[in-house]
Design a protein. Structure first.
Length: 453
């Protein structure tokens, strides 16, 4: 058996700034360092080189129609028509996947979310049918599960039941199942009777620091920030479970006169002055296309306007990598951390939490809501964070979530401390960096993958 393998990584989309794309990039880097050949295959490719198979993309109308009918979100296809559409699309994918796997001599399939989230059901069926036909080993990397979305799948239809039970995910001795947290591990065992191994998110803690350099030195100016303005960064995608409305609450509290007075009197942690004209700006760097209605972003903008919070959505100039086109710059996501003063991460639910590690890597203070996986798997590591607690107290008239006012006010006071006290800030961020490096580095992932492969 050859020690070096050709590993094909499959997902709906890759080379973007979503959590799965970012994690695939890390696994690819580590696997290649270990001497393996890694090929990417997806329905949409961003900056990464790979094999483009458009039928894998999950946001095509014909795929969404099938998925939503299977999962009970709509009921406009008869059982016979639904089954025919699944069969037709599965057949197209089977042929394409067979050619890709054979021509590239792929030894191991590394399947990300296709077998778990049910957002392209024909792709899930096709991948497993081809894997079985070719006798190939697979690693199923599950970041999320379809049953977490509180859907109503059509288990009453025998053929649909067969698909959901046999392919989402498939159960076979030649498939190693990987999850990213202990809650998912218990869920997979409970709902599907499948055992799995936990591999948490990781990050490269040995690379160069994210700092202001010749390329990004103008980013604050492009955003519209003056030298003394405070940049509060929300780097996630813009979808409701990210709880971004809580970041607006905290920035609103930071703008209260007594806190602005403290900021002016003390000055900022890096020696910058903060005066009565300086702004505290909430910068949204992530994209909102995963909420195609646009409703959530509009609610955030309306709330920010009502609270007189300066909110700026800059995803049009942010990409996975730096590039310049006709003199117009695109900045990497990492550039936003280089110009930020504070990170907000008030997510209500995360499979693990890439932006958490990013804040630790960037050595920035982080404000967060203690979501279930953080409480279960991460908090005991001993990180220092500015906490909004773990309890939602209600929803406002916009149907945006709320936490207690005490939590907001206490968090805002702590933000002031870490925005003005250099020694307290350095103690916090250095401690977090060291803990994260010990438990969530590329070396940790490499050691786990050596055992897995």
């Amino acid at each position: 058996m050859k020690s070096s393998k050709t590993i094909g990584i499959f997902h709906y989309q890759l080379g973007l700034t979503d959590g799965v794309s970012l994690e695939v990039d890390k696994w690819k880097t580590v696997l290649e360092k270990m001497g393996h050949r890694v090929l990417l295959c997806a329905g949409r490719l961003g900056y990464q080189a790979g094999i483009l198979l458009p039928e894998l993309y999950h946001h095509r109308p014909e795929i969404e129609l099938v998925d939503q009918n299977v999962l009970g979100q709509r009921d406009d296809l008869t059982p016979d028509v639904l089954q025919k559409r699944i069969n037709d699309q599965t057949g197209i994918l089977e042929n394409a996947l067979r050619d890709i796997i054979i021509s590239n001599e792929i030894d191991i399939l590394l399947v990300n979310n296709i077998w778990s989230v049910a957002m392209n059901i024909p792709a899930a069926v096709a991948l497993e049918k081809i894997r079985q036909a070719l006798g190939i080993r697979a690693i199923a990397h599950h970041h999320d599960f379809y049953w977490e979305r509180k859907l109503n799948p059509k288990f009453g239809l025998p053929e649909i039941n067969k698909i959901l039970e046999g392919y989402l995910p498939p159960k076979d001795p030649e498939i190693n199942h990987i999850v990213i947290n202990s809650i998912a591990q218990l869920s997979l065992e409970k709902f599907k009777g499948i055992s799995s191994k936990i591999i948490p998110n990781v990050f490269d803690f040995d690379g160069p620091d994210w700092v202001v350099d010749d390329y990004n030195q103008d980013l604050r100016q492009v955003i519209g920030l003056d030298a003394g303005d405070i940049c509060v960064l929300q780097a996630t995608r813009i979808i409701p479970r990210k709880g971004i409305e809580l970041a607006i609450d905290v920035v609103n509290a930071l703008n209260e006169p007594h806190r602005r007075a403290i900021l002016q009197a003390r000055g900022l942690y890096d020696g910058r002055a903060f005066n009565e004209k300086n702004k505290i700006v909430l910068v949204l760097a992530g994209y909102d296309r995963d909420d195609p209605t646009g409703v959530y972003l509009q609610k955030l903008k309306t709330k920010a306007q009502d609270f007189e919070v300066d909110l700026r959505h800059i995803d049009s100039i942010i990409g996975p990598e730096r590039c310049t086109d006709a003199g117009s710059k695109t900045y990497a996501l990492w550039d936003t951390y280089a110009v930020a003063d504070l990170v907000t991460y008030p997510s209500l639910w995360e499979g693990w939490g890439n932006q958490l590690l990013e804040a630790f890597r960037a050595k920035l203070p982080i404000l967060m809501f203690e979501y279930p996986v953080y409480l279960q798997d991460i908090k005991d590591r001993g990180f220092d964070v500015i906490s909004l607690g773990s309890q939602i107290t209600g929803r406002d008239q916009r149907d945006l979530i709320q936490v207690s006012d005490d939590s907001i006010q206490t968090a805002a006071d702590q933000c002031v401390t870490y925005l003005t006290n250099r020694s307290a800030r350095e103690e916090m961020v250095n401690k977090n960096f060291n803990i994260a490096e010990s438990h969530y580095s590329y070396k940790v992932l490499e050691n786990i993958l050596k055992e897995l492969l």
